[in-house]
Design a protein around this ligand. Sequence first.
Ligand code: ADP
Ligand code: MG
Length: 281
Amino acid sequence: MSIKIENLSYTYAPGSAYEIHALKNLNLEIEEGQFVGIIGHTGSGKSTLIQLLDGLIKADEGHIYYNGEDIYAPGYSLRSLRGKVGLVFQYPEYQLFEETVYRDIAFGPKNMGLSEAEIDKRVREAAGFVGITQRQLQVSPFDLSGGQKRRVAIAGVIAMEPRCIVLDEPTAMLDPRGRREVIDTIGRLNREKGITVVLITHHMDEAAKAQRVVVLDKGKVAADGTPKEVFSQVELLHGIGLAAPETVELCWELNQEGYDLPLDKLDPKECAQALYDMVMA
Ligand code: ADP
Ligand code: MG
């Protein structure tokens, strides 16, 4: 599913003393099947954008098109949109509340009015995809690790078979292993199922795994390009309170000392090679 965001603006508490322009004339086009990372400082508008994409809140100005269809057009069904765009909120485990993992994953498909047999098939497939075992389906979600809970939440969205999944900081507060498992799952979702993925994160190394990185600052797009293009703009990132991935920061620091290292080495191996070449030259 393709997404086109046109001139989108959103203001909290308009007209009051607490008025906040969370998004200002935002423009963004995401192609079908693309994996986009969105990064930005706290307060840059990431979560607001997510709620707009799912129709939970309505923009003051501008348009959102899915496959060319304007979601604000009269008669457009926001209900059908929810089936096409899967949303994984920040801290999705707060929304796990059923007695078993199985029932939590089944919650979305059930609401779609599918048959028991279809629900069962989807729950088992989605669980398998995110690495939740058949045995774990029968335990309480509260007995799972942080990373497993996140993957259960993702499975619940997958089971609705959306063509696009938007995730709001899905690895926040996870340990490195949990983070890795969640990020791997998201990458496979895009590669193996061809689902359009919008990943909101403040971990630069996670955004670097996307095909494209969009940087939000104060409700506007500050940079947009491949991970290499965006993360090599170190001064721009620093200027808005963000850091580049560690490998790029290392090369950049050394350049401040007079070296001339490339700033597009996102992979530790590539970075090590660049350092080796520099020493041997
Ligand atoms: P991010 O997810 O990037 O941290 P948000 O979209 O949550 O950013 O917030 C963008 C701006 O809107 C911030 O200045 C934030 O304080 C403000 N904001 C977010 N939610 C609300 C709300 N419910 N009421 C008032 N202001 C809000
Ligand atoms: Mg947020």
